[in-house]
Design a protein around this ligand. Structure first.
Ligand code: NDP
Length: 277
């Protein structure tokens, strides 16, 4: 039965905790698409070989997660404008002419979650982004397209923040700095570091947050992350995690592959319930 369905996978290392197979199977059920989506652990030195073997076996496309998004960018023979700019690809589509199309749907994912699900406008906002890794690189252009007043990127390794900001200054007001150098309060703080994974919090000055600051952690879990707990302790009332971003970036990939847009709120609700139980 499965052999007759169009095949998709997510590649990563590690990959065992990925929720992508569950999300895409809920999308497929909802939209009556005949597809099967699995997860595959790619060895650190064999990502490209694994992707090409999957395509040779009939695979239609794949998602790509840590640490292979840059390699996926190199493997793509055509790229969306977002992927081209980000230097990272999280979605590959194998095309009939033998080309491999690469997209980066992380940015669309976070923007849709913040604007549509959380009802937050980005227009004219002063936004602080923590971290300067692959995820932040992927979300900068879509965020800047919504015309915030300013984006400040703060990172542990300051040089990475400065370089990243420099790559996007033609699209808006973007600057980089250390956590310690942050000045003034922000309308929005997005945590794009992986510090929450280690239960750590970047050393943020308390002056950067007010009760009105919208706080978003790209990470998610059954319990609020360390960053979310800190934001709540500072009195912030709007504090959310990145489960919605995960579902929205998946929906964008699904749309690319299948030309059908799934309804995301019901899938997010289902996933949230499963996460809590
Ligand atoms: P990267 O490894 O590319 O970047 C990690 C970033 O976190 C770097 O800026 C790094 O700083 C910083 N960092 C790591 N540890 C610490 C620490 N202890 N204190 C302060 N800063 C730290 O990871 P990604 O960009 O791919 O992912 C970042 C986060 O975003 C992850 O938690 C990931 O799960 C999440 N994510 C969520 C998605 C979703 O759909 N919800 C999609 C993609 C990512 P430095 O440069 O100094 O090393």
């Amino acid at each position: 039965m499965i052999d007759t369905l169009d095949q998709y996978v997510v590649f990563g290392n590690p990959i065992q905790h990925s929720k992508s197979p569950r999300i895409h199977s809920l999308f497929a059920q909802q939209t009556a698409q005949a597809l099967y989506y699995d997860k595959l652990l790619a060895p650190l030195d064999a990502f490209t070989a694994e992707v090409l073997a999957f395509r040779a076996a009939g695979g239609k496309g794949c998602n790509v997660t840590v640490p292979f998004k840059q390699e996926a960018w190199s493997l793509a023979t055509k790229r969306s404008a977002y992927a081209q700019r980000a230097g990272a690809v999280n979605t590959l589509m194998f095309q009939a002419d033998g080309s491999i199309f690469g997209d980066n749907t992380d940015g669309v994912g976070i923007v849709r979650d913040i604007t549509l699900s959380q009802h937050q406008s980005l227009l004219g906002k002063r936004i602080l982004i923590l971290g300067a890794g692959g995820a932040v690189r992927g979300v900068l252009q879509p965020l800047l397209e919504h015309h915030p007043a300013e984006i400040v990127i703060a990172n542990r390794t300051v040089s990475t923040a400065l370089e990243l900001a420099q790559d996007f200054t033609d699209l808006g007001q973007v600057s980089g700095c250390s956590f310690e150098a942050l000045e003034g309060a922000f309308d929005m703080i997005i945590n794009g570091t992986s510090a929450s994974l280690q239960g750590e919090l970047p050393p943020l000055p308390k002056t950067c947050i007010t009760a009105d600051t919208f706080c978003y952690d790209m990470m998610y879990g059954a319990k609020p992350t360390v960053f979310m707990q800190w934001a709540l302790e500072q009195g912030a009332t709007q504090v959310v995690d990145g489960l919605g971003m995960l579902v929205e970036q998946a929906a964008e990939a699904f749309y690319l592959w299948r030309s059908v847009r799934p309804e995301t709120p019901v899938v997010l609700q289902q996933l949230r319930t499963e996460l809590m139980t």
